[in-house]
Design a protein around this ligand. Structure first.
Ligand SMILES: Cc1ncc(COP(=O)(O)O)c(C=O)c1O
Length: 252
């Protein structure tokens, strides 16, 4: 008898193999194909964001967010230390200084008062992490964003389907990232993620990722990111296609 309690059990909804077969039969296995596009459109309508882009992981989506915001040396980015390492690495990789702010006991998520105390003239972004699906207190965080003109990148890796004051997480910040890793609420064949772009002025990815553009104007060597697209096999298995994204966590 196996007495071990597994850390996680990947979510299986039953339609994955049919969609993977459909992708193979279509003769195309790269991203930006009908099944991946359908999945992106569903994310856009369920989260209500200007653009959703399937990525190989949430880590990759966070790295794209740092590139889109043109984060660099001298910039400060405020986030909780109670998170997965990708949250900090995405910004540290660009040379930014990661500033850890404390969490509050009610949510175990970023404390808006601690964020306010950590803001300096060099602060370029705030990264609230909706840990374990519990939404951060977004109202005061977005008020700070507006007051000081600082971007908010929601790390919603663990929180697709959660809502704050009736609105889906991932729809508050200028940018947000979700994960479809097998430990998360929904998966896309084990690994995967999405970048959610709420600020339409950030939706042009040409200069950072040629794989998301139909133009040849920017060659891969001129761009700042390697391939950032999720392949069609994973895209077709993405469960957002078949799961109505429902509230998976208590509303804050
Ligand atoms: C809060 C948080 N951010 C980012 C990530 C990275 O997600 P991925 O494994 O899809 O790159 C994780 C993964 O566990 C996470 O928990």
């Amino acid at each position: 008898m196996n007495n071990k309690i597994p850390f996680n059990k990947p979510c299986v909804v039953g339609t994955e193999l049919a969609y993977v077969s459909e992708a193979i039969a279509s003769g195309h296995q790269s991203g930006n194909r009908p099944l991946s596009n359908r999945c992106q459109r569903i994310l856009e309508s369920d989260i209500v964001c200007a653009r959703a882009l399937l990525t190989p992981s949430c880590t990759h989506a966070l790295e794209l967010a740092a590139l889109l915001l043109d984060i660099g040396p001298g910039d400060e980015v405020i986030m909780p230390s109670f998170t997965f390492v990708s949250t900090a690495n995405a910004f540290a990789l660009r040379g930014a200084t990661v500033v850890f702010a404390d969490i509050c006991p009610q949510t175990l998520n970023l404390d808006p008062v601690a964020v306010a105390n950590a803001i300096t003239p060099r602060t370029r972004a705030i990264v609230p992490v909706h840990y374990a699906g519990v939404p951060c207190d977004m109202q005061p965080i977005m008020a700070l964003s507006r007051k000081y003109n600082i971007a908010v990148v929601e790390d919603a890796a663990q929180a697709i389907g959660s809502r704050y004051q009736g609105k889906p997480v991932g729809s508050f910040g200028q940018l947000a990232a979700v994960s479809f890793h097998e430990t998360k609420n929904l998966t896309s064949g084990g690994e995967g993620g999405a970048l959610l772009i709420n600020d339409a002025s950030l939706a042009d990815l040409r200069s950072i990722s040629p794989t998301y553009t139909a133009t040849t104007k920017f060659m891969p060597s001129q761009s700042k990111s390697a391939s950032a697209r999720m392949g069609a096999i994973a895209g077709s298995a993405a469960q957002v296609t078949d799961v109505v994204v429902e509230n998976t966590a208590p509303e804050y």
